[in-house]
Design a protein around this ligand. Structure first.
Ligand SMILES: [Zn+2]
Length: 508
């Protein structure tokens, strides 16, 4: 049986032991062992159970924990920190106590015992731990997740990747696609093409059952990605007018992945004086789009001058005029901070990450309807990604507002992702991050809280406070009673209603 499916099966046995088939299998062979920690088989066990026993190590390697109360996770041996390693590899001591659970590494106030961390671990590891919310009974039991995906949700695809030894995908090299300033659907298409994910006839034929792999247009070859985008006569005609003739032998000879990669990253000069990346991506997208329309739309005719259509679209993209043909309408609006309604308090919160320092920080402030400063906060977090820093910023701000006795709170964050997570607009397939649950719990208390997204231009004071955290000496929350002098210019700017222009997407 396929190993990825066996892994999926064993994963279900470990995480959903109450499913009927899991109970049957477990009662027969499980021998009352907690499968999270060990498994074994006897010579007379079924071949399936033996196969599961054989791959248990792989599951174990990819099992990561998410902290709840910290009572079941071994501090040194289990994998519970975000980088997926065990702390035993980062110990700065020769002797460690491997009986300690995570909940044992707290001080009497329930915060991380910083002196223990400092004495026993490297600084960079200490920074990572300090940015993790300390275990708390209120967060529920510790949970296990699958380390192969960032949502901690088991997928067969990720098990395949682990089998092939590519745990870390090589997305870095495709950054150029996402950095390109143009329509998202073209970026997505280009990424799919580079990963051979678009549904060409060749790909469909491999699913079997009477599907021809041949190209519908020329019928002369299998329709692969490189065929439809470059080698088919319908595509070659287009490229010959875009690529200078002294470049064409190279252009038409390299393999698909290299071809896409080189053309989106190299500063290549086409026959027209346009940004080559835009020309290339727009051309590929149109070639695929026309191919689809020829197949699916009766009576569709390719443009008589495809090169003209491509160059026009590439020009529009570069001039940000793509709303002429794009379904994303853009309009310039003016954004700035606005004071909250009478009787309400506004919380602006933010988080940031500083690569150079290897640190993350967060901060925020409370202001009333006159724009008067009520209280600010700033905390150096340790090391975590920017999204977690945003989560921290919101959590500490909500917690502060609650303790200040505020009953009507308007929260603004410049992280749309975070707001969608907290307001449950985005669905989680795996475990919910602890800080998101904590934010949700705070929202459910007896007070009125309204959350909204604000562009960064309107959140500058919170951003300043998040960056200010790097200058703090301790990792404790630093409360600020009156605004620091350097921040006053931004605060004044906010209440004077100054606005900055920005392009905003109106429809999705
Ligand atoms: Zn063809």
């Amino acid at each position: 049986m396929n190993e990825a499916f066996l892994m999926k099966m064993l994963w279900n046995l470990i995480t959903n032991p109450n499913d009927l088939w899991c109970r049957v299998l477990y009662s027969k062979y499980g021998r009352n062992k907690d499968l999270r920690f060990s498994i074994n088989s006897q010579p007379y066990d079924s071949p399936l159970w033996k196969a599961l026993t054989d791959i248990w190590d792989k599951i174990q390697e990819n099992m990561v924990w998410q902290l709840g109360d910290g009572n079941t996770i071994n501090f040194w041996l289990d994998k519970w920190i975000p980088d997926g390693t065990s702390l035993i590899n980062s110990s700065s001591q020769t002797i460690i106590d491997t009986t300690l659970n995570v909940c044992d590494i707290l001080n009497p106030e329930g915060d991380w015992n910083q002196s223990y961390l400092n004495e026993n671990l490297t600084t960079s590891m200490t920074y990572q731990i300090l940015a993790i919310p300390p275990p708390n009974e209120l967060d529920g039991r510790d949970m296990i997740g699958w380390g192969g995906t960032n949502t901690k949700h088991f997928t067969i695809q990720s098990a395949y990747n682990i089998q092939r030894g590519h745990i870390h995908s090589i997305e870095g090299e495709w950054q150029a696609i996402w950095a390109w300033r143009g329509p998202h659907r073209i970026q997505t298409f280009m990424w799919m093409a580079a990963h051979e994910r678009i549904l060409t006839n060749y790909r469909r034929s491999r699913w079997g059952i009477g599907i021809s792999p041949l190209c519908n247009i020329c019928g002369a070859a299998d329709e692969t990605v490189i065929h439809v985008l470059r080698d088919c006569i319908s595509a070659t005609q287009v490229w010959l007018r875009l690529v200078p003739s002294n470049q064409s032998s190279n252009f038409f000879s390299i393999s698909c992945r290299d071809w896409i990669f080189k053309n989106i990253t190299n500063n290549f000069h086409g026959t027209h004086d346009l940004n080559w990346t835009s020309t290339f991506m727009v051309a590929c997208w149109n070639l695929w789009n026309w191919r689809n329309k020829e197949i699916f739309e009766e009576g569709f005719q390719r443009p008589t001058d495809p090169t003209y259509v491509i160059l026009k679209m590439a020009t529009e993209t570069d001039n940000c005029l793509h709303n002429m043909w794009s379904d994303n309408q853009h309009e310039t609006t003016f954004i700035g901070w606005r004071s909250p309604r009478e009787g309400w308090v506004k919380l602006n919160c933010d988080g940031s990450h500083n690569d150079r320092l290897g640190l993350a920080g967060c901060g925020g402030l409370l202001r009333n309807s006159d724009g008067t400063w009520l209280k600010g906060y700033s905390r150096k977090l340790g090391n975590c990604d920017a999204l977690h820093a945003e989560m921290w910023g919101m959590y500490l701000g909500l917690d502060l507002a609650r303790r200040e006795g505020i009953m009507h709170l308007h929260v603004e964050s410049d992280s749309k992702v975070l707001i969608d997570m907290v307001t449950k607009k985005s669905n989680f397939k795996g475990n919910i991050p602890t800080l998101v649950s904590r934010n949700r719990q705070l929202l459910e208390l007896n007070w009125q809280v309204h959350l909204s997204h604000i562009w960064r231009e309107g959140n500058k004071s919170a951003d300043w406070l998040a960056n200010f955290s790097y200058s703090l000496s301790s990792f404790d929350v630093h409360f600020i009673e009156s605004p620091p002098r350097e921040l006053q210019r931004i605060l004044f700017y906010d209440i004077s209603g100054a606005c900055m222009p920005r392009n905003v997407r109106l429809t999705m």
